[in-house]
Design a binder for this molecule. Structure first.
Ligand SMILES: NC(=O)c1ccc[n+]([C@@H]2O[C@H](COP(=O)([O-])OP(=O)(O)OC[C@H]3O[C@@H](n4cnc5c(N)ncnc54)[C@H](O)[C@@H]3O)[C@@H](O)[C@H]2O)c1
Length: 383
């Protein structure tokens, strides 16, 4: 049995996503389980070097999780041949330049979405990595959420008959920062810093729609800045220049209509922060992050509109839970394991920088639709 130790440069690891999802729930969890086992019995063991600006924070984070390698000098980490992978979870606007630098240093690339703030920039990264023969991957975590995996199971099992429409509802109230601290970083609300819910969420909508329901033909989107002033991490009032809500409609090649509401200015009155309702000729389903419930056509009640009498139906009780039937691991960790295997064994890995660029393309087209107040066609993006 061979152990493949892989040095991974983790940049942006002190951030919300970097620390929680990528370091603790993925890399630390993989190390604690003894690495990623390959079919031939070999094991891949990730060996991260934590990169950031604040020495003190990096040292604390490394010590807390039993790692010995950290640096404030990304160039030095890139120059070290032991580090085969460059991972990036910095703020979005820093990603493109940083990944360019890592590709030039010959590192395989794994990164958060969006990969860049423009389609041109995102496509450039995909082309550079391909031309340099480097493995590359982009986080598409929602595909591995238990609720969405159950939805995919229903689709594969042909539960729905013909799928007619899909309603995706994402969002929650993000505090403005005055009387209660905001639970998202302030750059999210500044366009000049790479913020905005369209750039953020359409990167997700693209791969969710593509993998579950098919290719997108065209879209229309209306954005809004509902809250126009917030208080930042230093208690300073700032003007919100990026949209905090987006109301999108997608027409798929198959004729399925998908609606996606994304909002950081909505109070949750649904089962979770993301719910996806799918209606088909044979049945319907509603998935959230972990669960999925169904209503088959034979169990469909026959409501009649009559506001003059009390509602006789308990609608939520008329649905049936889809069982787990398997163990579900953390979505980010599943994708990390797939990528590590891809680097060592050449296992196919479809969720690459080109797929990531298609997310940025969708966001860019949504912004165009909002600005021009019209439907926009989505052309197949190629390198
Ligand atoms: N996959 C998902 O579900 C998901 C969810 C939220 C965010 N994200 C993405 O993850 C990325 C990070 O988001 P976050 O919410 O963790 O942000 P964050 O602000 O919490 O973290 C950003 C990181 O970038 C670093 N950074 C910022 N400015 C820097 C600079 N000038 N020089 C060096 N480092 C700098 C910070 O130190 C921090 O480590 C974003 O691109 C975001 O779109 C993905």
């Amino acid at each position: 049995m061979t152990v493949h130790n892989i040095g991974i440069i983790m940049n942006g690891v002190t951030g919300r996503m970097g620390t929680n999802q990528h370091l603790i729930r993925s890399i630390v969890a993989i190390c604690n389980q003894g690495g990623v086992e390959l079919d031939n019995g070999d094991v891949i063991m990730p060996d991260p070097i934590l990169v950031g600006r604040r020495e003190q924070r990096l040292r604390e984070l490394a010590e807390e999780h039993g790692f010995s390698r950290w640096t404030t000098e990304v160039e030095a980490a890139l120059a070290d041949e032991y580090n085969q992978i460059y991972f990036d979870a910095q703020t979005t606007s820093r990603r493109e330049d940083s990944i360019c630098q890592a590709i030039k240093a010959g590192k395989h690339i794994y990164c958060e979405k969006p990969t860049a703030t423009s389609t041109e920039g995102a496509l450039k990264l995909a082309k550079m990595a391909r031309d340099a023969g480097l493995k590359n991957g982009v986080v598409q975590d929602k595909l591995f959420l238990p609720g969405l995996l159950k939805l995919k199971r229903l689709i594969n099992g042909e539960f729905f008959g013909d799928i007619l429409s899909v309603r995706m509802e994402f969002g929650y109230w993000v505090f403005e920062g005055d009387w209660q601290e905001g639970q998202r970083p302030s750059w999210n609300y500044r366009k000049e810093d790479g913020g905005g819910i369209i750039v953020d969420m359409f990167a997700h909508w693209r791969y969710v729609i593509h993998h579950l329901f098919g290719s997108i033909k065209s879209l229309s989107c209306l954005g809004a800045i509902h809250i126009d002033e917030r208080i930042d991490e230093n208690g300073k009032r700032y003007k919100c220049t990026a949209e905090d809500a987006a109301y999108g409609t997608f027409e798929l090649e198959s004729g399925i209509i998908v609606q996606a509401n994304s909002s950081w200015a909505v109070r949750v009155n649904r089962e979770d922060l993301l719910t996806i309702q799918v209606d088909g000729t044979e049945g319907s389903a509603v998935a959230d992050l972990r669960n999925c419930k169904v209503q088959h056509r034979v169990n469909t009640p026959k409501p009649v509109w009559n506001p003059d009498v009390p509602n006789p139906h308990d609608y939520p009780a008329q649905w049936q839970e889809v069982p787990d039937n398997q163990e579900f691991d953390n979505a980010f960790k599943i994708q990390w394991e797939m990528f590590l295997k891809h680097v060592v064994t050449n296992d196919p890995y479809e969720l690459d920088l080109l797929e990531g660029a298609k997310g940025t393309q969708l966001a860019e087209l949504a912004l165009e639709s909002w600005e021009k107040r019209r439907w926009v066609d989505v052309d197949e993006l190629k390198i």
